[in-house]
Write a protein that binds this ligand. Structure first.
Ligand SMILES: NC(=O)c1ccc[n+]([C@@H]2O[C@H](COP(=O)([O-])OP(=O)(O)OC[C@H]3O[C@@H](n4cnc5c(N)ncnc54)[C@H](O)[C@@H]3O)[C@@H](O)[C@H]2O)c1
Ligand SMILES: O=C(O)CC[C@@H](O)C(=O)O
Length: 524
């Protein structure tokens, strides 16, 4: 049974897939109302009203996924979630059109003074010349942040006869050309545009992106819009420049402080505002609720999600391709960790054959999480595996090789420790499952599952028999046994599997036999 806390107002119709699941209990309460049951919560669904802090995350020890029904994730401490191995997902495109339309409505209202004229008429006035506006036709619109919303605004602006200028350090010139927009530096955009609208996320780079220094470079009489996130345009600077008459007016849907109870911009007639309404349409709210509900359901079913902020995106088709290798790489990592009782410096993974036909980074993360899971008592998974390795100074390498040693697919991991190196190779055989096919240069073939005993010994007659006898005398049933060696009479290995974990007594008895070099118990 999973308990999901829906902490903000998320459209119930969109949550139907979760409501219909017999495995799920939905709790529709704010975080404060649910204070007594936070320790029972497996998944958290929010919009922008709930701030998901590190403290809140720590108050939910069972939490494994946070879903944001919307785009911006600036209300979620993604770093704290990642550290805890909690997946963060959002609904990246469910509200794109609504927000683009809202921005466009704000732009038209701004240049035609519609909100001011509306209030005036409602106050029984009839001041026509006071509200003379400006056409959008043939004006230059500067879009800062040409992503999903920026792109939709550009299309609409072009239909209105506007010329579109764009600043986005991640936009290629080919894409800009295809969108029929002129890609400029920020300073050039600011100096040429008649109207400027921002559509970046709020990050350390974009906070105050438009500030007192560069806003002075704008044309006199420019209009500004912020329907993205409060703080991208410096509110103090904007206030000052409107008072100076340099900026003609502004339209804001978002504010540094929401609600904007102490915001001086609200005192200005030329500033028009809405209460963070960009995504507030029936359509957008249904879209984002449906998107996050599906993501959470998929995640709780143990399948990879598509819109994760802290994991690589995987489509359903890609998941089908990658799935067979999941168990294999996890068990390779866990086997290596249990055979290496020392600090490690490097893990490098090589993929060959069919295993190179997709993005393997998620598999490398799985292998690393399999390794660290056996060593740490904190949750370790694909979300925090890289961070955990990095914090411990472990270098991670990933490459592709053309030689697959005759296998259809082949994954090799080399773990460099403080004193020695451990090498493990595996493959996935259709209708047969994952197999470990080599350990430290010994060819072998076993299913990496259950309670295993890895024994390295001298290749001499009688060793296998003596191990078997000790186990038989103590009624320990050997489920499977595989052997491998490099040359006759040299070192050899055997891997045994049992229905139950091997007791300490049995382990010691076998370890004390002559000809045993070393051995490891492995639990997978
Ligand atoms: N008002 C609302 O209700 C509402 C609704 C949806 C989204 N939003 C906000 O709008 C933002 C944009 O949404 P989107 O779906 O278009 O996101 P997106 O990721 O598709 O686009 C963001 C764009 O910003 C660009 N960017 C990043 N850093 C930049 C920088 N320093 N300078 C210039 N460009 C930069 C990126 O390259 C990207 O193209 C969201 O992050 C969210 O904060 C607000
Ligand atoms: O939840 C909302 O309505 C705001 C959503 C919007 O700001 C977003 O980033 O998607």
């Amino acid at each position: 049974m999973y308990r999901i806390l829906v902490a903000d107002a998320i459209k119930p119709e969109g949550l139907t897939p979760l409501m219909d699941s017999p495995e799920i209990t939905l709790i529709q309460k704010t975080v404060d109302e649910a204070a007594d049951e936070l320790d029972t919560i497996d998944a958290l669904l929010v919009r922008s009203a709930t701030t998901v802090t590190e403290d809140l995350i720590n108050a939910m020890p069972k939490l494994s996924i946070i879903a944001r029904a919307g785009v911006g994730i600036d209300n979620i401490d993604v770093e704290a979630a990642t550290k805890r191995g909690i997946v963060v997902v959002n609904a990246p495109d469910g509200n794109t059109i609504s927000t683009a339309e809202h921005t466009f409505a704000m732009m038209a209202s701004l240049v035609r003074h519609i909100p001011q004229a509306h209030s005036s008429v409602k106050n029984k006035e009839w001041k026509r010349s006071a509200f003379t506006g400006t056409e959008l036709n043939r004006k230059k619109l500067g879009i800062v942040g040409m992503g999903r919303i920026g792109g939709e605004i550009a299309k609409r602006a072009q239909v209105f006869g506007m010329e579109v200028l764009a600043f986005d350090p991640f936009l290629t010139s080919e894409r800009a050309k295809a969108m029929n927009v002129e890609l400029l530096t920020l300073d050039k955009l600011l100096s040429q545009a008649d109207i400027i609208t921002v559509h970046t996320p709020l990050t350390n780079e974009t906070r105050g992106l438009l500030n007192i220094d560069n806003l002075r470079k704008c044309k006199k009489g420019v209009y500004l819009l912020n329907c993205a996130r409060g703080g991208i345009i410096d509110e103090e600077a904007l206030y000052e420049l409107i008072l100076e008459g340099h900026i003609a007016g502004a339209a804001f849907d978002v504010f540094v402080e929401e609600p904007p109870l102490h915001n001086k911009l609200l005192e200005l007639d030329s500033v028009i505002v809405t209460p963070h309404l960009g995504a507030s349409t029936k359509e957008a709210q249904l879209n984002v609720a449906t998107q996050v509900a599906e993501e959470v359901l998929i995640f709780l079913e143990g399948k990879p999600v598509s819109n994760s902020i802290n994991l690589p995106a995987i489509s359903k088709e890609m998941f089908q391709k990658i799935q067979p290798y999941y168990q294999l790489v996890k068990s390779m990592g866990a086997t290596a960790a249990q055979c290496m009782k020392e600090g490690i410096q490097e893990i490098s993974v090589t993929y060959s054959g069919d295993a190179t036909s997709f993005d393997t980074s998620i598999l490398t993360k799985s292998l690393i999480s399999g390794f660290f899971k056996t060593r740490l008592d904190i949750p370790v998974n694909e979300v925090n595996a890289m961070l955990i390795a990095q914090e411990r100074g472990v270098t991670i390498g990933e490459k592709v090789a053309s030689d697959s040693s005759g296998y259809k697919n082949y994954i090799a991991a080399v773990i460099k420790g403080d004193n020695r190196q451990f090498e493990i190779k595996g493959t996935f055989v259709a209708n047969y499952g994952p197999r470990i096919v080599s350990i430290n240069g010994f060819n072998i073939d076993f299913n990496p599952e259950g309670n295993l005993l890895y024994i390295q010994h001298t290749d001499r007659p009688g060793v296998i028999g003596r191990v078997g006898k000790i186990l038989g005398d103590h009624e320990v049933n050997i489920a499977t046994m595989q052997v491998g060696r490099k040359e006759a009479g040299g070192e050899a290995i055997m891997v045994l599997s049992f229905d139950k974990p091997l007791s300490n007594e049995m382990y010691e008895k076998i370890n004390n036999l002559d000809d045993i070099t070393f051995m490891y118990r492995i639990a997978l």
